[in-house]
Ligand binder design. Structure first.
Ligand code: MN
Length: 249
């Protein structure tokens, strides 16, 4: 088993070190991750400059690009052998509901969608690393179990872990994505030379966070696993759109 590990918090983030340590004696692991925090990078590729991999003292490969760049290179020539699966994280911060649209953590796993093994994205519901051991333990169990899974290609599992010590985790729930409310307005700032700018605000609160959603599971102390697929086609809209298009051209 060969595993490509990446993240969006950057190659020096504590979450990727914890994930690597948890998997290192289970599989042949290679780490390729952005040289800086690329949270919110989604599935972006860098197309305006070359990418330069650099191997650090701990063996991790640092790349001046996005999480998707890292996995893309890892699966397309940078490594001598193609990995069997991608494992992403452990992100410090939730990736629930609408977050998956923006998340570089989820994007890294999605970039592994052509591989035989189902890729996994792990996020801990905290900006602090205190409960990373909980997330690392759960990641190890799920990666081991992945070998008994045969989901179709283009599927990834988005895993969110409550910010709790392991003994307080109540179990695992399969969930659907909830929805967030709109984010607050960006915060306006002025630099010392009078130039105005904006900080994007934090994500909105759960608006659709009832039973069955990822939000609800983690709030109740359960690990949330949402299977994600790439196809976002809204099939139920076909009927109405058919009528709408009739006679238009
Ligand atoms: Mn992140």
């Amino acid at each position: 088993m060969r595993i490509l590990i990446s993240n969006d918090d950057g190659v020096t983030a504590p979450g990727i070190a914890a994930l690597h340590a948890a998997l290192a004696d289970y599989a042949e692991c290679v780490v390729i991750a952005p040289d800086q925090d690329k949270s919110g990078a989604s599935s972006s590729l860098t197309l305006d400059r070359p990418l330069h991999p650099q191997t650090l003292a701990n063996g991790f490969i640092s790349l001046n690009g996005t999480p998707t760049d890292c996995v893309h290179l890892g699966l397309n020539g940078l490594l001598p052998q193609t990995p069997d699966m991608v494992v992403s994280g452990i992100n410090l911060g939730a990736n629930l509901g609408d977050d998956v649209l923006y998340s570089g953590t989820v994007a890294a796993a999605l970039e592994g969608r052509f591989l035989g093994g189902t890729s996994l994205a792990f996020s801990l519901l905290s900006r602090q690393p205190d409960n990373l051991p909980t997330a690392a333990h759960i990641a190890r169990r799920l990666v081991e179990a992945q070998s008994r899974l045969s989901l179709p290609p283009r599927t990834v599992l988005n895993v969110n872990i409550p910010n709790l010590p392991l003994e307080h985790i109540r179990g695992i729930q399969l969930t659907r994505l909830g929805h967030r409310a709109r984010a607050a307005a960006p915060t306006k700032v002025v630099n010392p030379r009078g130039k105005e700018g904006y900080w994007i605000a934090v994500a909105g609160d759960a608006e659709d966070g009832g039973p069955g959603t990822d939000f609800h599971a983690v709030m109740q102390g359960y690990v949330s696993i949402t299977p994600l697929q790439l196809d976002r086609t809204f099939s139920d809209a076909f009927e109405q759109l058919d009528g709408w298009l009739e006679g238009l051209l």
